[in-house]
Design a protein around this ligand. Structure first.
Ligand SMILES: O=C1C[C@@](O)(C(=O)O)C[C@@H](O)[C@@H]1O
Length: 227
């Protein structure tokens, strides 16, 4: 199932693929957080859902929970691309720039699986110029460049939205959001400025990042604002 991100894709972000039927009503895809579950490849093999999957195997050094060797982490992510339901994978920009992701990127391209190159800032929000550079750099290596930052002020949220608009106007596909309470509204508003991916838990209690709306809420807000 392909995921091309030509228009906004709302993902139900989860470690539990059995949530797919509950997500179907509001989501366009599932973000499967492989790092948050045991035996993710076995789980993928048994997946019979309708929604395509964006597979993420987030490193501990990027805020995820994959414990163990990074080479193995990327290998497991590459193996996830063998399943038809996997339409996209998320690869950390840092791993790409370090040269560690060559195999997983090549495997994804061979199998026509889209790549999201992501980076996160859990401490704060860089300047608009720095965010534009990061997004532009990531776009050279992937179909979508994603940046999640932590907003501490409304000024920060405006900088994220401005960077989103600038890089989108330049012709790159981006996914952006400000984590944290102050940044919550950017999850609904960023798509207006071009952001192509939203992340939300089916149940608010299972959030995979700070400041996420639950899936139904983000679906309503994003579609009202973007229509
Ligand atoms: O990178 C992202 C974005 C995210 O961190 C968010 O802020 O919604 C949620 C993660 O599950 C996903 O992999």
């Amino acid at each position: 199932m392909s995921l091309d991100f030509d228009s906004f894709v709302l993902t139900a972000s989860t470690a539990d693929l059995s949530e797919e039927p509950a997500a179907r009503e509001h989501a366009d895809a599932i973000e499967f957080r492989m790092d948050l579950t045991d035996e993710p490849l076995a789980v993928l093999e048994q997946y019979e859902g309708e929604l395509p999957i964006l597979a993420t195997n987030r490193a501990a050094w990027e805020g995820g929970e994959w414990v163990g060797d990074d080479e193995e982490r990327l290998e497991v992510l590459a193996e996830a691309t063998q399943f038809d339901a996997v339409g996209a994978i998320d690869v950390e920009l840092e791993a790409i720039l370090d040269g560690d992701a060559e195999n997983v990127l090549e495997t994804a391209r061979d199998r026509d699986v889209s790549v999201v190159a992501s980076s996160h800032d859990f401490e704060g929000t860089p300047s608009r110029g720095e965010m534009v550079s990061t997004l532009t750099e990531a776009a050279k290596h992937a179909d979508v460049s994603k940046l999640a930052v932590t907003a501490e002020s409304k000024k920060d949220t405006l900088a994220v939205l401005a960077a989103t608009e600038q890089v989108t106007a330049h012709g790159d596909r981006v996914a952006t959001m400000a984590m944290g309470e102050v940044g919550s509204h950017t999850r609904a508003v960023a798509p207006v400025y071009g952001s192509k991916i939203g992340y939300a838990p089916v149940d608010a209690a299972d959030a995979t990042a700070p400041g996420q709306y639950d899936l139904e809420t983000l679906s309503i807000l994003a579609s009202e604002l973007s229509s």
